[in-house]
Structure formats: structure tokens, C-alpha cells
Design a protein around this ligand. Sequence first.
Ligand code: SAT
Ligand code: MN
Length: 595
Amino acid sequence: MPSQLPALNQWVDEVARRTRPAHVHWCDGSDAEHAALVARMEATGDLLPLSPDTHPRCHLHRSHPSDVARVEHLTYVCTRDPRDAGPNNHWMEPAEAHAMMDALFDGCMQGRTLYVIPYCMGPVDSPLARCGVEITDSPYVVANMRLMTRMGAAALARIERDGTFVRGLHSTGELDPNRRFIVHFPEELAIQSYGSCYGGNALLGKKCHALRIASWQARTEGWLAEHMLIVGIEDPRGEVTYVAAAFPSACGKTNLAMLIPPPAFREQGWKVWTIGDDICWMHPGPDGRLYAINPEAGFFGVAPGTGAKTNPNALAMLDRDAIFTNVGLTADNQPWWEGLDERIPAFDWQGRPYDRANGPAAHPNARFTVSARQCPSWSPKMDDPNGVPISAIVFGGRRESLVPLVMQARDWNHGVLLGAAMASETTAAATGAVGVVRRDPMAMKPFCGYNFGDYFSHWLSFGHRGLSLPKIFHVNWFRKGADGRFLWPGFGDNLRVLEWIVGRCRGSRGAVETPVGLLPRRADLDLSGLALPDAALDALLSVDPAGYHREYAAIGEYLDEFGDRVPGALRLEHRKAVALLEQAAAGSAPRAAVG
Ligand code: SAT
Ligand code: MN
């Protein structure tokens, strides 16, 4: 028997009986296994080798053109009681979903190899880590899972010790959008995905397990599974402050996670360490602080826009052992995307000779997959089984108007309201319209595996457990002026905002109270070396009470969708926020300096 765990062997047998593969292969994660897999994919054209001179052991994968992003409209959470999935999820009755998926999986792996991928989300020796097994018929998925997770023999040994694992079943199917479903059964700790090989739909350790299923597990076990990057910010004295930050997909999490400070800060000794760029699991530690691990081992980042100015660390990690999906290609076989440099590519992401008339060379959601260890700002703390203590939690959306550059929540409950009130303009990371503002609480709209009302209660519950909780902030890098241009330079200069956040955590930076939270005054931010017009800074650091009053009315209506599942304490916070805005509109709001 391939594993020491009868339940696992039995499940693999059951799946093989249904899907009828030509072969079954248990992945051990070895180099030899990887080499054989890559050779096979090169032979079938699944992977195209890139220039060995500039990009050794790198490959290009071209997806089916209809399979380039997450499909939220085809993603389901199947709980016995629909109210447990909540209005934030598409729901299907579990028995009906099983019947539908069983029919799709029937015989679907004929002539293919069934791969069994044991994986561990988090350091294999970490009590905070959790394991899963993904069965797939896609070698591309295996190669990506090898970069994104700790998979193979060590993960299997842990699964055998734990005796429990999340069951993920994936098949390429026909890549037909009409026969494509991503289905979760949180009560069974199971995921089934059919008809897509795109990252978030097919690498089941990522959004399906580490967010949708893990958020459910976290709620029952008393921790948090969040759509957040994790960074360590080292000050000139060598002290490192850890920050977790939630942004929707394709809003700059990878860039922020690998930030290189502006020159003046760098000279003083500031440095940013990367722990994670997408997912954060936080558990209360013995000292009452929240300790975070990055459950992943690699980065699945958006390629377009990644350049020498926006993310030099990413470029430095992408010149070897990486998989590029749906990027363009230069005449000398190098990967290329918009925002990389001024060269003109020879082929677009569909392999057609490049023609500007066909649109961008790289798909706007083209991705790279790479091991985190290749990142120059990689922190060895990424492998620390105890995780890192989080001092600040940051929420942020993509908002061209209204929302200031940065604000701090008055306390934990107010911070939960700021998170619940998040909204962001949609991006190419999911199919559907781009640029439409939608509510996206804690950047978890597509990823929370249960009712948002219960999720808000879970967040609030941390406030009465006697913990030393992180301070909560909200940022917006995407504010635009009347001319449609961004007001804030972003990227490395975002450290100026992080430095204020770190200062607030340590009690060394001032702020002013406003109806929506604590904002820095101009003098509270270190803007040295930054040429920013006064008018831009004024706009970035001001609050529009009338506009915010309308925003909070919309937030109230949004909360109403969750009916009696919305916790009273959140309603209370919302009423407080509205009252403060009304006082401000009447000219009687406090604007007291608090430090
Ligand atoms: O598609 S993924 O979920 O893997 C990436 C993202 O959308 O954040
Ligand atoms: Mn993400």
C-alpha cells in the first residue's frame, strides 16, 4: 500500500475506480520525479522551455484561452444548511453537488495519469500547519503544487501522523466553461474541482484549502485564515515589526510583500523581509499575541506590471526555475509582459505573432510561479514553526476616490468594522467586469468558506479573549486626482506609510482623530526625498464627511444582507461611525490630536 493511512489509500482507490486513470502515481516530491514530469510536459507541449541562457529551467505554459482566471460564479460552498454558507457564497445542496460532480468525474481520467499529491500548508514541523492531499490528472498542477506547497514524502509522513487531511479532487476535464465547477464541502473537509487548470481553481492547496476550508476550520478551532501578505519591517536599530495586510487579488500584495525602501530609508538601514504574499494563518500564542505563518511555500504572482521599478526583488527571483503562465514571448525565447521593459515581444500569450491590434501580449492575469526561497527578501522566519508575532493588521482596497491614504482604527471592534466595510474595484484575477467597486470585506469576498455574518462574529470574538491584539489600519494606494492619475507614488514609497504604522504600534508617532479613524498629519509622515504636491497630500490625508456618510449608508445596506447573522457589536460600531459623521457634517466633530 502506498501510504500507512488506510483512509487515504481507500479514498485514492475510490477515486481511481470512478475516474479510471491509466496509471496512479504517488508524488514523493523528489528531483527525479520533477525532472521526469517536466520532460513529459516538454514532449506534450504543456511546458515550453524558455531561453536556457537567460532563464535556466524556466517554462512557459499557455492555458486554454477560456481558462485564465478564477471563476467565482462557478465556485460553490456546499453546507447542509444554506445559511451556513451565507449570501456571500454560491450554495448547492451537498448531495446534489456530489451527484453532479460524480457524474463529471466518471471516467474522466481515462488514458491519463492520476497523481496523488500529499502536501502540507505551513512548515511541516509547525503545530499551526494543516495538511491535505490533492488528486489531479494535470502534471502542470503537480509542478505548480511543488513550487507552492511543501509536498511529497515529508508531507505524507505528517499526514500519517496526524491521521487527518483535506481531500482535494481535481480533473482537467474538457476545459469547457460549461462543464467547470469548483465545489467545497467544508463539513467533509473536501474540495472538488473540474474543468479548469488555472491557479486558484486547480492548485487546491491555495484558495480552496488555505482560505475557504481553512477559514471554516479556523472558526471552529479559534484562529484566523486570511487573505493577507506578511512582512517583517526592520528599522535602523535592527528591530523587526511584523505586519499582515489584506488586499483583494491583483492589488499589489506581492509588490508590497517584497518592497524595497526608498533610498533615504535604505541608507538609514530600513529593510523589508518577505514572509508571505497571499495567505496568512494567525493563531493566538502562549503570550496572548497573534502568531502568523504563511501556509504557502511559493508565489503565484501577477506578471504584468512587474518591472525594475515596481518590484525588482520579483524580477531577481524570476530568472531561474520558474513557470510563467500566459505571458508573451520575445524572439529569443524570453518571457515578456507589459510593464517589464521596452522590448517588443514576438508572440502573445496565445502563441500568435504579436500584433498590438489583438490586445496586450501577456494576458492581464498572466502569472509566474516560483519558490519563495528565490526571493532576495526571503526571510528564514518563513520556516519558523512558531510563526511570527503580528503587531499590525492592514486592510486595503483599490479606491480611486473618497478613501484616505491611511487611517488607524480606534480599537479592535472599530478595526473589524473597517475590515468589514472594505470595498475595491474588481481586477482581472477573476472573470467578469473589471473596475467595478464591490464590497470585499477583509478581501475575503471570494474566499470566506462560511457566512460573513458569522465571520464578523469570529473576528469580534478575539476582542474578548484577553489577548494582546495587533492594531488595525486601513490604507488606499489607489486614490486618483481629477486628471485620472494616481495621487500617491506607491511601491517603495509605501514604506513611508508602513513606517507610520510601525510608529503607531510603538507609540512613537502622532495622529489626529477624525470621524472615520486616526489619520496622520503631514508632519507625522516621513516624506523626505519625496516630491509630492501639497494638494495631493491634502487630498490623501483628508476626510470627506458627506461622501463617507453615503459610504456608510451603503455599508449598512450591505450588512443588512446578512440579516440576523450580523453581530450586534458590529451594528453598534456602524451606528457609532454614522453618528460621528453626522456630528462632523454639523460642524461639531472632534479633530483632536492624539499624540
Ligand atoms: O487565482 S489565485 O487565487 O490563485 C490568485 C488570486 O486571484 O489571488
Ligand atoms: Mn490572492
